[in-house]
Design a protein around this ligand. Structure first.
Ligand code: ATR
Length: 289
């Protein structure tokens, strides 16, 4: 009797991968929803991505999450060898693959994860809000379409390198419809005469290097909300700088991490896990380590 594929297998792939919280999150979701599956972290060197993506479904994997540095290359693979969801197509990067009987499906759940965190956990209503998105790399690009879908009053993408922000804004012009969408340099923020933003989202990797991004005073409304996609034991440098300038509504990206995982889990298993308990357990775990 063939006993090889008795359990549906899932994994997160990245390089490095040992610090990933995804196995903890998905194992908790599986226990909570009574789903029988395994989930592990697999270190995949950049040159090994294509071989790995061909091997995993043969070895019984039904789905994977994808993290740095493979999100863009996996997108290209999925575009050639399978299908992409609409939100993944424009994101230019995927964080989730599902292998189904019809073949490979690539998805990007980061943007929906961000929206769920902002709207459900932090109680924001993005409709009619003026949103500032910092950064013009993959993290930023992945959340633009879902942010636009939330019908903000406007969306400004600001980046250290201005032309990358302008190019990104141009790419999404058609999706923006009537919503004003613009790209500019970080340095231009202080020079523009516009109403203060209601929400600023840091999608740069500056916090990774311990650096804060200074916003001109008054760029974010005093009642505004500052969000950093990064997270850690303490406030990120960006959130700390916002707090010092008097902003009291702050959140880091731990909730987004849990929410993007929940959207992926739902895609794979057809059941929606409850994210609250997992989020609180991770917060406590971060505080201890
Ligand atoms: P990711 O996929 O995480 O978005 P990326 O594509 O390398 O990573 O993009 C990193 C983003 O963070 C870019 O927008 C980068 O700005 P540049 O385009 O000018 O390089 C931004 N970034 C990184 N470090 C930064 C810093 N110290 N200050 C401001 N922006 C920074």
């Amino acid at each position: 009797m063939n006993m090889v594929h008795t359990i549906d297998r899932y994994a997160v792939i990245g390089h490095p991968i040992s610090h990933s919280l995804s196995p903890v999150i998905h194992t908790a979701f599986a226990a909570q929803t009574g789903q029988h599956l395994s989930y592990e972290a697999i270190d995949v060197a950049p040159g090994q991505l294509e071989t790995t993506l061909n091997q995993l479904p043969v070895a019984g994997y039904r789905g994977i999450n994808i993290t740095v540095p493979h999100k863009e290359s996996a997108w290209a693979f999925a575009q050639q060898q399978g299908q992409l969801t609409e939100r993944a197509l424009l994101a230019g990067a995927i964080n989730t693959i599902a292998w189904r009987s019809e073949g490979l499906l690539g998805d990007n759940t980061d943007g929906q994860g961000l929206l769920n965190d902002l709207q459900q956990r932090h109680g924001l209503n993005l409709a009619g809000q003026r949103i500032l998105l910092l950064g013009a790399g993959g993290a930023s690009r992945g959340v633009i379409l879902p942010l636009l879908a939330a019908k903000p009053a406007s969306l400004v993408i600001a980046n250290r390198t201005a032309d990358k922000a302008q190019r990104l804004a141009a790419l999404f012009t058609r999706s923006a419809g009537a919503t004003p969408l613009a790209g500019c340099g970080l340095d231009a923020l202080g020079k523009q005469d516009h109403d203060a933003f209601d929400l600023v989202i840091n999608a740069t990797s500056a916090s990774l290097g311990g650096e804060a991004i200074a916003l001109p005073s008054g760029a974010l409304s005093a009642h505004g909300f500052a969000y950093d996609m990064m997270y850690g034991k303490k406030l990120t440098p960006f959130l700390e700088a916002q707090q010092q300038s008097g902003i009291i509504r702050l959140a880091d990206g731990l909730g987004m991490l849990v929410e993007q995982a929940a959207v992926a889990f739902e895609l794979w298993r057809g059941v929606t896990p409850e994210t609250g308990p997992v989020y609180h357990a991770l917060r406590e775990r971060l505080a201890r380590h």
